[in-house]
Structures are given as C-alpha cells and as structure tokens.
Design a protein around this ligand. Structure first.
Ligand code: GLU
Length: 487
C-alpha cells in the first residue's frame, strides 16, 4: 500500500455534526493503524455560510475527541495553506491548465437564462442540467460577451458517452454514466472555486492516498475523477461510508436527539465513550467485545470491516458506554469533569482547597455508578450540600412513621456520638449492632437512617453517605429527625 495520507476536510458552516466526527475518526484511526499521516484542511469556499467560529468549534471538538493531526490548519506543513480561501492562486493555475487543454470553458449564461433552461427541462420531465450553450464559443464570442458586461464562470467539459467506474473500498464497483452529468461549474464568477474542483487540487497536491468520507459524496466522485483525468493525475482510493440513520431508519437529524458533538460534550459525555461509539457506527471489531479503548481501536481499525449497510444511531448504546467510562475512569478525572456542573448548580465554589477536593471525590465516587452523563450528577448529590433535609415523597414519610424508627435513630445517634472516627467499616458494624440490639433487620434499620440523613428512600450506599456527611452533620440530621418525630 502507498504511504497512507488521509484527510478530514470539514466545511465550517455550522455545528460539528456527529456524522462529520465519525468521518474524521475513521480517517484518523486509519492513519494511526497504518502509521500514516492525518491532515486537517478547511473547505471554506462557501463564503456566505462559512465562519471562523464554526471552524474553531470543529477544531476544538477534534482535539477534545483526541484526534491529533500531523499536518494542516494551525499545525502547518509542507502543503499549506490549509484553508481553501487562502489557496485561490493555486487553483487559478489549474483552472488555466484546464482552459488551455480544452477540458474547461467560459460560460456567460445568466442566472435567468439558466433558470429558464431548468424549467424547460423539468416541464419535459427531464433531469435539469446544463445543456452546454457556451460549450463552443469562439474567442470573439467571448470578447463580445465580456464587452456586454458579462462575467464568466468556468465550467468543466464533461466528456460525452463515457462511463466512470469507481472502485470504492466500501461500496465495491460503482458506475456513473457521464450523460447524466451536465458540464459543472469549477470556478464561480467571483473567482472562488467550487468544491468538486478544489477538493481534487487539494487532495492531489497534499498526496492524499485514501479519501474516506460520507456516502452523500459518492455522486460527486465521478465529477472529481473526471477532473483528475483532465489534469493528468491519478485519483486516490475512495471509501464512502454509509449514512447514519436514527432508530426509525430515517437519516439522523435533530428529531432523533442531539446531532452536534458539542451538545454531547456539554451534557458530560466522555470523549472516550463518544470515540468508542462513533467507531462502531459503521465499523465492527473482529471479536464480540464492544468496549474498546482508543489504543484498541487504532490497532483493529481497517476498511474491510466497514459495513455497506447504514449505521443506526442508538442513544442507549452511547449511554451505556458513557456510564461504563464514567465508572472506569480515574476518580480524579471524573471529579475534575464534574466540578463545572456542581459549580453551576451552586453547590461548590472554585478554587477548592485540597481538603474540599478530597471530600468532593468521595461525593462523586458515591454516585458515579448511577450516571449516564456527568450533567446528571447535580440531581444525585443535593443532599450532601444542603443545610436542612426535607423528607421527599410519601414513601419516605411512611418509613418515618414506623414504630421502631425513634429507637433506631436514637441508637444510631448514640453510637455516632460516641465514636471518635467515622469510617465505612465502622458504620457498617454499627448498623449491624443496632439490628441485633433491637431485634430487627435490613431495611428496618437502613431506611429510617437513610431518610433521616438524606430525606429520600434511595441513593448511594448508606455507610458511604454517613462517611461523606461526617459526624457533625449526621448528628444534627439525626436529632432533627428525632425532634420532628416527637413533635
Ligand atoms: N467539505 C466536505 C464536507 O464537509 C468534505 C468532502 C470530502 O471529504 O471530500 O462535506
């Protein structure tokens, strides 16, 4: 195989779609698997819709997802510039070459004339395309048009009676009949090239070996192959990756939930989980194991395991993966990631002292098994931050009306008060002793203590809750509960 050089070439025209991230990841994994290069280039020729803000967002999301690039925007390299609007002089040279060898020509048709042609074709039930009115203009015709104030676009002369065969590494052989492709614009009247032309010049000059991109670009590929041929260049290998569908098997869109990478980041999905999930959208590992680290993905990723059939976006799977990574990642890392959510909820103020940080780690550890994404943490930890406990709901009130409750709380209060140090195993022992002393078991002990300390019938491990709250808070909550029982 050629030295692998692949690229991700986003158009910075809006939020970074999950599908774009999947294309980037496939290219990046492919490069890393074969020890090749990954290049990031910005395709900003749509001047009206491209923004620097969108470009920055996309680049930040790539970094967040851990995809580093060897060459390209920001990092530089031998084939720059890497933003298409900064490469206009380069494109101009190849436009001139195509004009000279007859593969392209100036077209002076106005928008109105083209619209009329389009309407006429549609009304006859034909596919709208450019019929080549300016194909054979003489130099004199051109001068006349220009004297009339018309500014030309440059069109590519699509050969008639030709079939373009694309040997796609995912889709197999795909044939396109050129008779269905009208002469297409390669340079607009404002001097800006179109995608189908600029992408060819860039991929060639950047020595791209494989173009791995979304299936929606497959119909563009014959146009690009024709441009390669007209410039005397060999096209790269192509691999068109299937669409991403929602669970209802229609194209993934906002109706199916968040589609932008930054939305997942904001909710507290971990990049490891998203990478793992995205990799499985259209690619499958050799074995049964679906939880794969970035290292494992790099080792295993090849194009022959990329499926032809569409990938289905299954949010439950992403949630399951994210829960897994939240539980498995180092506690410090999860705590650091949780801090912004807790601060926003008003539970903490940064900077934290070392002692506060250590305490917070215990809080995070006690609830992380319940989290699908980090944003949810605020709903689980409230009890650790409030001054007064409120009894929540009928079930909790019912527990507190039990006959044994005053005795349980009283026994707990005495033991906690007498202990010098509150430890996890110490508390476990205490709860057992109370059971023995009062001749009761399990829930009859845990539930009153839990409701007295947290106001709720569910939550993290009770002994862990006691340790986190600490002696003073536990005693004051027990005594408040006892007071409210007797009043
Ligand atoms: N700028 C194109 C897009 O964002 C990239 C197409 C390609 O990879 O060739 O869809």
């Amino acid at each position: 195989m050629l030295p692998v050089r692949v690229r991700f070439a986003p158009s910075p025209t809006g939020p970074f779609h999950i599908g774009g991230a999947r294309s980037a990841l496939f290219n990046w994994l492919f490069a890393r698997h074969y020890g090749g290069k990954f290049i990031v280039r910005v395709e900003d020729t749509d001047l009206e819709r491209s923004t620097r803000e969108s470009e920055e967002n996309i680049l930040a999301a790539l970094k967040w997802l851990g995809m580093d690039w060897d060459e390209g925007i920001k990092v530089g390299g031998a084939n720059g510039p890497y933003r298409q609007t900064e490469r206009l002089d380069i494109y101009r040279q190849y436009i001139d070459q195509l004009l000279q060898n007859g593969s392209a020509y100036r077209c002076y048709c106005t928008e109105e004339e083209l619209a009329k042609e389009r309407e006429r074709l549609l009304s006859k039930g034909e596919m709208p395309r450019y019929l080549g009115r300016c194909r054979n203009l003489s130099p004199e015709d051109c001068s006349q048009m220009e004297a009339d104030g018309r500014v030309p676009v440059i069109r590519f002369r699509v050969p008639e009676d030709k079939v373009v065969l694309i040997k796609d590494l995912v889709r197999g052989d795909v044939c396109f009949d050129c008779s269905g492709i009208g002469d297409f614009i390669i340079l607009k009247s404002d001097g800006i090239p179109t995608y189908n032309f600029a992408v060819v010049v860039d991929d060639h000059l950047m020595s791209i070996s494989h173009v791995i991109r979304a299936e929606e670009h497959l119909p563009n590929t014959p146009r690009q192959v024709l441009v390669y041929e007209a410039l005397g260049w060999t096209p790269p290998e192509f691999a068109h990756v299937s669409l991403i569908l929602g669970k209802d098997r229609t194209k993934m869109s906002k109706r199916h939930g968040a589609t932008a990478v930054e939305q997942y980041q904001a909710k507290g999905y971990l990049p490891e989980a998203l990478d793992n999930f995205l990799a499985l959208l259209g690619w499958s590992p050799g074995g049964e194991e679906e939880i794969l680290t970035i290292e494992q993905l790099k080792q295993q990723f090849t194009l022959d395991r990329v499926a032809k059939s569409p990938a289905v976006f299954d949010l439950e799977k992403l949630n399951w993966l994210n829960g897994h990574y939240i539980r498995q990642s180092p506690l410090n890392q999860i705590t650091d990631l949780a801090i912004p959510y807790l601060e926003k909820a008003g539970y903490i103020c940064t900077p934290l002292s070392q002692e506060q940080y250590e305490w917070l780690k215990m809080v995070v550890d006690s609830v992380r098994e319940y989290l699908v994404c980090l944003e949810e943490i605020t709903g689980h930890v409230r009890t650790f931050f409030v001054e007064e406990v409120e009894i929540e709901g009928e079930a909790a009130r019912e527990i507190m009306s039990g006959e044994q409750v005053p005795a349980v709380l009283d026994a707990m209060q005495k033991r906690v008060s007498a202990s010098n140090e509150i430890t996890y195993t110490g508390i476990k022992g205490m709860l057992k002793e109370i059971g023995k002393e009062l001749g009761i078991k399990g829930k009859q002990i845990f539930m009153p203590v839990r409701v007295a300390l947290t106001g709720s019938t569910h939550g993290p491990d009770l002994s862990q809750v006691v340790v986190i709250l600490g002696k003073n808070k536990v005693l004051s909550r027990l005594s408040n509960a006892l007071n409210s029982l007797s009043s």
